[in-house]
Design a protein around this ligand. Structure first.
Ligand code: ADP
Ligand code: MG
Length: 481
């Protein structure tokens, strides 16, 4: 089997849960984690005689998204009923948008395997309600239904089949993830299912215009699983075709334990759903004024911010990318820079390095960091003015993290000021050379590498507090005599 003899084609359907307090057509709460079936009201359950009322906040959110991806906002869009039976959908239809979605013809740029910018077209983004959830665990072999999620607002974002590898699919999905969080329209929480995707995958011989038959991989909710599921599916299809078989158009489920995809059901055609405009809901009409007013609230977006960080702070592109992956991290970094005299690259190194490591270790978000931006700036200032070395700074940072005070307080309390007094360093250097006459002789006979040994000894004597540059210089002077 040779993968390069085939071209991979992927289109994604990303389901983003919109961060509204109440549901898309009812006043029931959308809060996650409540006791089963305590947050579905009669509208969510589709009882006869009750009517859905649109939560207008979702229109603002969908419009904001459309503007962020350079899309067209439809002046008029329509809710439609998608009819199907499933236990988690007791009312027998899902309210979605079909022929007239609210957002169409958007675009997004990702970096492809050769490092080039690649444009991915966004077909559409439409509003819909989520269904409930089946529960299979802890019920002695029977299944239960939790309808709390029924009626939760979703924005389904559909890409054109412009993605050519699992890596590109992940890059696209990560970018959408970053954008929706920048816009504040979704928390993007993948564990809670607030951000999940279906991946449509097919293969074709390079140069062939017509698309191959696709399989749809359902409900992938981690970046790692998406990548694995797509790669498995690509190989499965190629092997199948090369063995003379044909790919069936079907929905498949990814099993992360076995790392394989399995057929779930043959894929419905749109006409199986008998879509029709929902008679209970008016069309959505959006004015040019509303669009202009919403555009005025667009925040600086990730690509623009990354570009600005590279230019204004002279950061490496990769570092600027990491720092702008979330708005909170970017804000924190800018607060550190504003409060510190240190070089911006040093600030970047600390946010990406020590701070991120500490946050990960404690499972904290940057908003809840135990070391605030101005406190970190205070520490960087002491590195910048040579009060402490970078190495001692890590020790001070740990103490700050443990709540022992500001950088200055900890440096004073623990006596960590760097020793920059040449006479004091010379005295220690003399002592170390006297104590190691054998090594000194070897160094003088040409074994240059031993300088590291001597530096280590001096640092040990001074508890790491001697200024490393001065130690090196003084050692070299004395050993060359
Ligand atoms: P549905 O899955 O609801 O039937 P569509 O037919 O519009 O919806 O397609 C959904 C997704 O599948 C889109 O992201 C589209 O780009 C992608 N897609 C369609 N045909 C193919 C194909 N042959 N190979 C890969 N992806 C495809
Ligand atoms: Mg689909």
């Amino acid at each position: 089997m040779s993968v390069s003899a085939w071209e991979v084609v992927i289109g994604l359907e990303i389901h983003t849960q919109l961060a509204t307090k109440s549901k898309i057509f009812s006043g029931a709460s959308t809060a996650y984690g409540a006791e089963a079936n305590t947050q579905a009201c009669l509208v969510d359950l589709g009882y006869p005689g009750v009517l859905p009322v649109l939560n207008v906040e979702v229109i603002r959110m969908a419009t904001l998204f459309g503007l962020a991806v350079n899309a067209t906002i439809a002046p008029r869009s329509v809710f439609a009923r998608k009819n199907y039976f499933y236990p988690d959908l007791p009312k027998g239809y899902q309210i979605s948008q079909y022929e007239l979605p609210i957002v169409e013809h958007g675009e997004l740029f990702i970096t492809d395997a050769e490092g080039k910018e690649k444009r991915i077209r966004i077909t559409r983004a439409h509003l819909e309600e989520d269904a409930g959830k089946s529960i299979h665990e802890g019920l002695d072999g029977s299944s239960g239904i939790d309808l709390n999620r029924a009626g939760t607002p979703l924005l389904e974002i559909v890409s054109e089949p412009d993605l050519s590898s699992a890596k590109e699919a992940i890059a696209f999905m990560k970018k959408i993830h970053t954008i929706v969080r920048y816009l504040g329209i979704s928390d993007g929480n993948m564990q809670e299912g607030s951000f999940r995707c279906d991946a449509n995958v097919s293969v074709r011989p390079p140069g062939q215009e017509e698309l191959g038959t696709r399989a749809e991989l359902k409900n992938l909710n981690s970046f790692r699983f998406i990548e694995k599921a797509i790669n498995f599916e690509v190989e499965r299809q190629i092997e199948l075709i090369e063995d003379g078989g044909k790919v069936a158009q079907e929905t498949r489920l990814y099993d992360s334990d076995k790392n394989e995809t399995r057929a779930m059901r043959s894929k419905e055609e749109a006409n199986d759903y008998r879509y029709f405009p929902d008679p209970d809901l008016l069309p959505i009409e959006i004015s040019a004024e509303f669009i202009a007013a919403t555009r005025a609230t667009l925040p600086e977006l990730p690509d623009a911010k990354q570009q600005r960080f590279e230019t204004d702070y002279e950061l490496k592109s990769a570092d600027a990318g990491i720092l702008t992956a979330s708005r909170a991290t970017a804000d924190y970094f800018e607060a550190v820079v504003a409060a510190s005299d240190a070089k911006t690259q040093l600030a970047a190194n600390w946010v990406i390095g020590e701070l991120s490591a500490a946050l990960n270790r404690d499972g904290l978000e940057i908003d809840n960091s135990k070391v605030a931006a101005d406190a970190l700036a205070g520490l960087l200032n002491r590195i910048h003015d040579n009060t402490i070395s970078g190495k001692i700074a890590k020790q001070v940072f740990e103490a700050m993290w443990a709540g022992e005070g500001s950088a200055d307080e900890i440096i004073a309390a623990q006596g960590l000021r760097q020793i920059t007094d040449s006479a004091a360093i010379e005295a220690v250097v003399d002592k170390v050379i006297d104590a190691n006459p054998g090594q000194a002789a070897e160094y003088r006979a040409g074994k240059d590498k031993l300088i590291g040994f001597f530096v280590g000894q001096v640092m040990k004597e001074t508890q790491g507090q001697a200024n490393p540059g001065q130690v090196n210089q003084i050692l070299k002077d004395k050993l060359s005599k």
